[in-house]
Write a protein that binds this ligand. Structure first.
Ligand code: R5P
Length: 285
């Protein structure tokens, strides 16, 4: 049975229909003091459950909601418990940058140990190379084929990763389509200040497709666009796997480029539907 959590209502029903599985939506209520209460409207005893959640927006509340639901499912004797996380937070905090700081992803991973399997769509793997290194019960879902499919008709494309981390996707998608890719160099000074360096090569008249796993404030993409415009490209596309688009990022980016993201997070830009990939992964679990 598919169980939709609050961040997956835009896609969970479609996944259940395509997978031909029964469906229910988690009932979530908030007490006046902001504590949460969750409830399964339908019986879950002896059922294999596939929770679907996307941890965007009110991230910390969604974490508590999902944990309450999973622990309750164990208590109510569900058989196996799987969680499909369309977007999983805190992966970028994989290091102690200052003495005394938390390594968030390590702590959060431990809280989810109770599931039988956690399937994460394109986790931000940087210093941690494999999802299993931090979540032994985890599995990565890649959506590079969905993105490649979206890009297949763009003429004379150059796939660009603004930094080392994003290049893993840009390079992979370019390879699927047998096209070229390019890596840029990013220096981050703060959450809202980055600098991008572009190598001196001929980029005139190319369709530039920037690919990043996460677009949050949009500063990485905005700075990249600023630098690339100097090379007079034909058109610039900004593709985000996970389009968080905080602080009006979508509006700012749309002024300078065509912005597209997958529907791991719903928005006006989420044109790449990944439901078929998720259905396939659920079948293979
Ligand atoms: C960081 O390592 C990620 O891959 C993204 O580049 C980053 O999250 C983008 O953030 P922003 O949109 O705020 O520049």
């Amino acid at each position: 049975m598919i169980v939709s959590c609050s961040g997956a209502k835009h896609i969970a029903k479609k996944i259940a229909r395509k997978a031909k599985l029964p469906y229910q939506e988690l009932e979530i209520k908030k007490f006046p003091d902001s504590e949460l209460n969750v409830r399964f409207p339908k019986d879950i005893k002896n059922k294999n459950l596939v929770f679907i959640q996307s941890f965007y927006g009110n991230v910390n509340e969604k974490l508590i909601e999902t944990l309450l639901a999973i622990y309750t499912a164990r208590d109510l004797k569900a058989k196996k418990i799987f969680l499909v996380s369309l977007y999983f937070p805190y992966f970028r905090k994989d290091k102690r940058f200052k003495p005394g700081e938390c390594i968030s992803i390590e702590a959060i991973s431990k809280l989810f140990k109770i599931v039988d399997k956690l399937l994460v769509v394109e986790p931000h793997l940087h210093r941690i190379k494999k999802i299993k290194d931090v979540m032994p019960y985890g599995r990565r879902i890649t959506i590079v084929n969905d993105i490649a499919n979206y890009c297949k008709n763009i003429q004379n494309p150059l796939f660009i990763g603004p930094d080392m981390e994003s290049f893993q996707w840009a390079k992979h998608i370019a390879k699927i389509l047998n096209k070229e890719s390019l890596i840029l160099r990013k220096t981050r000074y703060s959450s809202r200040k980055v600098k991008i360096k572009v190598p001196k090569i001929n980029l005139k008249d190319r369709n530039m497709i920037l690919i990043d796993d996460i677009v949050s404030t949009g500063h990485t993409m905005l700075e990249t666009i600023k630098q690339l415009k100097k090379f007079k490209p034909r058109k610039i596309y900004c593709i985000a796997i996970h389009g968080l688009y905080v602080e009006d990022a979508l509006k700012k980016l749309s002024k300078h480029s065509k912005v597209i993201s997958s529907n791991t997070i719903p928005s006006k830009a989420s044109k790449i539907d990944i439901s078929n990939t998720i259905v396939q992964e659920i079948k293979n679990v």
